[in-house]
Design a protein around this ligand. Sequence first.
Ligand code: PBG
Length: 324
Amino acid sequence: MLRPRRLRRTAALRRLVAETRLGIDDLVAPLFVADGLDDPRPIGSLPGVSQHSLNSLVEETQRLVDLGVPGVILFGLPKPEDKDSSGSAAWHPDGITQRALRAVRDAVGDEVVVMADCCLDEFTDHGHCGVIDARTGRVDNDATIDLYARLAVAQAEAGAAVIAPSGMMDGQVAAIRHALDAGGFSDTAILAYAAKYASALYGPFREAAGVTIENGGDRRDYQQDVRNRREAAVEVALDLAEGADIVMVKPAYLDIVAEVRASVDVPVAAYHVSGEYAMVKAAAEAGWIDGPAVALEVLTGLKRAGADMILTYFAREVAEMLHG
Ligand code: PBG
């Protein structure tokens, strides 16, 4: 009789038959950099994560490089007084994200894949991911993707190796691909937030990024409804047809990750989002769970579901653990 327990007897046996291996090579660290900061500012709802100054951003990136983490994704945060209705501080050549990209690339070159989140919500005074159409009150899709295209080119010029559009406008990947190619950046890749849901799990990110949506609003008008599974397949297919090099699922819902992995041949990324990180940290701090063990278990689960890379606030901590 086949007895599965035979293969569970020793740690070495379990290692030998392990189907999934979480490794440092799977990790991408999200990093925040705020304009005008002299010292890093810890983010209360994301213990262990800070808004960085330009200097501390470079130091943190260097630490990640030394640990062997292959990717970082930068989120630039403007001074509150620089926000406006279209988020124009975002694509300024000397905007915070562009300065951060240059500083990081100068320091670490191609030792780490430097990605840029390509969205406007950190830069708009109303907190939405694009410009508002005065007539409809909705985010104006086509006006917004023109701005994303400008932003993507500014980020590529500043040294981003990968552009990661996260605004969930229709046609955003095509608009960005076209602008990058026209601007001489045909080697710059696109990691598309392809299946991105309107999730309450982004709460701590909003604190981290200083984003408040006006009038108690939300993003259900452009991000996906959490009740929908097939819709994710539609979004992924569109982004691939438009030229996405990598497709991402966010939050990293396991059913969606598994389904996307089974249906595409490009790399699949999963974003273990701020609220999930915060819950693990909070429960660990209360002594209710073993935080590091849960972190490894959750991220391993994402690999098991089919993720090829994981964006996670645990990147540094887990890389340190995996080094032993
Ligand atoms: C939009 C963006 C968000 C996140 C990443 N990019 C917030 C949103 O869509 O409201 C959330 C990430 C997280 O919660 O960890 N620029």
